[in-house]
Design a protein around this ligand. Structure first.
Ligand SMILES: *Cc1c(COP(=O)(O)O)cnc(C)c1O
Length: 369
């Protein structure tokens, strides 16, 4: 096992490769994969993940915001990058940095065309997003004839893909709704395509979509969480390998007598002789305060050490009364055990939120296990 000297998020690029190949095994050979690296690669390291995904063979990358795409370009990533949620203020940057916008409203479409014309672009690649029931971003079915009129003979842009996003791919009770979304998407895509000079790629599935609706993979799928090692379902989780493991060390050990307390507001009061270990990470690193009072735990020497009292900004204290350990020992905050799915359940959230909460203060280290 690698030596840890401070709080470190280890990123296992071999696990990423495993997850990529697992997703690929669910797809037809000609279906493209768009690797979603928004939010710093789901809290990991978007540049390193993008590089590895590029090596593995993804056709596209996706980020949420323009600045995230700029960061990838600044690090010489040359894969096509779709910006899922661009704001008109950034359209010049998008063109300057060869990013491809998802256009989701008349306003974004018109503004982008104006910017593309101004910069004398010919057939600049864009993507059109359809709203089929998530009601977040996207054109409505009723908008299509007007969109058609706007883009059909517009030389400054080319529609490279049309897509939609499903609301509940991981929820088997929403199968009927999901199939309706897919049906509506197909109708909208057919209608628009009939008037375009080219055949744009179609895509609608995220990770859980690939796992539960592989028949609707169309030309491309957009995968995030699966690449990082989670399948949103205990049945699927076992096929993936978590990329990120958060590790730290023990900074200090205290011996508490009954009646002595630990941390702010005396969040824990010992009712028996207790050994507590102080760890150098807290809510400013992404360990939510909700994990306090024993809801969260870490693993030291293979043993479970529950969090004592309240999570501080820069520290947590854990109960090591029954664990043979000393200052400097390695602590697993999450990884194989505890795994993020268990931890997320303990405070009623999802792995997505815990992963993306790991702050920039935590160093990232690439490994190949
Ligand atoms: C984040 C996102 C994805 C990726 O979803 P996962 O569940 O992480 O696979 C795909 N499409 C859109 C539009 C997204 O916003």
């Amino acid at each position: 096992m690698s030596e840890i000297h401070e709080t470190t998020l280890e990123l296992d690029l071999n696990a990423l490769g495993h997850n990529y190949r697992y997703i690929k095994s669910k797809l037809n050979p000609e279906t493209a994969i768009m690797g979603v690296v928004k939010a710093g690669g789901y809290g990991s390291d978007s540049v390193e993940i993008a590089r590895e995904l590029d090596t593995l063979g993804v056709e596209y990358l996706a980020v949420a915001y323009t600045r995230e795409g700029v960061e990838l370009r600044d690090h010489d990533i040359q894969t096509p990058i779709m910006v899922l949620h661009p704001l008109p203020h950034h359209f010049k940057t998008i063109i300057d940095r060869c990013l491809e916008p998802s256009l989701y409203s008349f306003e974004t479409l018109k503004d982008f065309v104006a910017q593309a014309r101004k910069m004398k672009q010919k057939r600049y690649p864009v993507h059109l997003k359809f709203n089929t029931g998530l009601n977040r971003l996207g054109f409505q079915q009723d908008d299509l004839s007007e969109i058609k009129a706007l883009i059909v003979s517009e030389p400054s842009i080319e529609v490279r893909s049309v897509f939609s996003h499903l609301a509940a791919t991981e929820d088997k009770n929403q199968r009927h709704f999901t199939l309706e979304q897919i049906e509506q998407f197909e109708q909208m895509a057919n209608y628009l395509e009939s008037s375009l000079p080219n055949a744009p790629r179609r895509h609608i599935l995220n990770t859980s979509g690939v796992l539960n609706y592989p028949q609707s993979q169309f030309d491309m799928v957009r995968c995030g969480i699966g690449l990082y090692g989670f399948g949103n379902d205990p049945e699927f989780d076992q096929n993936f390998k978590p990329v990120a493991s958060l590790k730290t060390i023990i900074s200090q050990i205290h011996h508490l007598k009954p009646g002595e307390s630990v941390g702010y507001n005396r969040g824990y009061v010992a009712d028996k002789p207790t050994r507590s270990a102080t760890l150098p990470l807290g809510h400013a690193d992404g360990i939510f305060r909700a994990f306090g009072q024993g809801k969260g735990w870490v693993t030291i020497g293979g043993e479970k050490a529950p969090i004592l009292g309240n999570v501080c900004m820069d520290m947590i204290m854990v109960d090591v009364s029954n664990i043979n350990c000393e200052t400097g020992d390695t602590v697993i905050v999450f990884g194989e055990n505890p795994n993020l799915v268990q931890l997320a359940e303990s405070i009623d959230t999802i792995p997505y939120e815990l992963l993306t909460a790991i702050s920039g203060r935590v160093i990232r280290k690439l490994v190949r296990n």
